[in-house]
Design a protein around this ligand. Structure first.
Ligand SMILES: [Zn+2]
Length: 249
């Protein structure tokens, strides 16, 4: 019972742990492959027992074993979200190339959105790795032409918005939007972008109403694109039906 789900959950948590390394190191320009992990507080090299996804955080009660410095809740959160999305994709598509493709897609979205939220940039490395892994995977489940057309359409669409919004959207948003087109194809990419504008717009209005942000403070858009991308991966058909219903088409 559920052995496959447990295995997928563990794989997801381990990948999430690697994404944490990427999230911490990519904006600093550090290698994500070569250096062993250190505590950001005391600099002590971390052992195997400090690096078990999810479990170490719980066992250490959220603090460094050596210096007692608080470990950010972001670490277990990224591991948990990655693991849950991996299981959800497995439940939805089973053992297919599309499942692997969506695992890569979700890993890219999580990494890009957390970095964008913290630093307001989306490093090119994420986009490049996404393309290098995404193109063969999308080809393997027979949607490469659709994916490449959606890549171009979504990228150009965002380019126009970026030019029109005079800096409200950045180059990172354009590249991430194109990459989402590759993984989602059509009509998924339209649902993803529609949803991300809806959530981004609503959050902007709420923050402005609470006077937390002025018109000038740009919200990082990456997290909203990630939410839209995940929604489109699972719910493209119901969302299109819902939209046709309320718009009376
Ligand atoms: Zn420490």
């Amino acid at each position: 019972m559920y052995i496959a789900q447990v295995i997928v959950f563990i794989i997801g948590a381990c990948i999430g742990s690697f994404l944490n390394v990427c999230i911490y190191r990519l904006p600093l320009g550090q290698s994500v492959v070569y250096n062993p992990s250190h505590c950001p507080g005391c600099g002590r090299r971390l052992g195997v027992l400090d690096l078990i996804p999810l479990l170490s955080y719980v066992l250490l009660k959220g603090r460094c074993r050596y210096c007692g410095e608080k470990i950010s809740a972001r670490y277990p959160l990224v591991e948990l979200v990655t693991a849950l999305l991996f299981v959800a994709a497995y439940q939805y598509w089973g053992w297919q190339w599309q499942t692997v493709s969506m695992w890569v897609f979700f890993a890219v979205l999580i990494t890009a959105s957390v970095i964008d939220y913290q630093h307001k940039i989306i490093p090119d490395e994420i986009i490049i790795v996404g393309c290098v892994l995404g193109i063969p995977l999308v080809f393997l489940f027979g949607k490469l032409i659709d994916g490449l057309i959606s890549f171009l359409v979504a990228g150009l669409f965002f380019l126009f918005i970026a030019v029109g919004s005079k800096g409200g959207m950045g180059g990172g948003d354009i590249k991430l939007s194109a990459l989402m087109g590759l993984f989602l194809g059509s009509p998924g990419i339209f649902v993803a972008l529609f949803s991300s504008f809806l959530f981004g717009g609503l959050s902007g209005i709420i923050l402005m109403a609470l006077r937390r942000k002025g018109m000038k403070d740009a919200l990082p858009f990456g997290p909203f694109m990630a939410i839209g991308g995940v929604m489109a991966a699972f719910y493209t058909d119901p969302i299109i039906k819902w939209y046709i219903n309320i718009s009376g088409l």
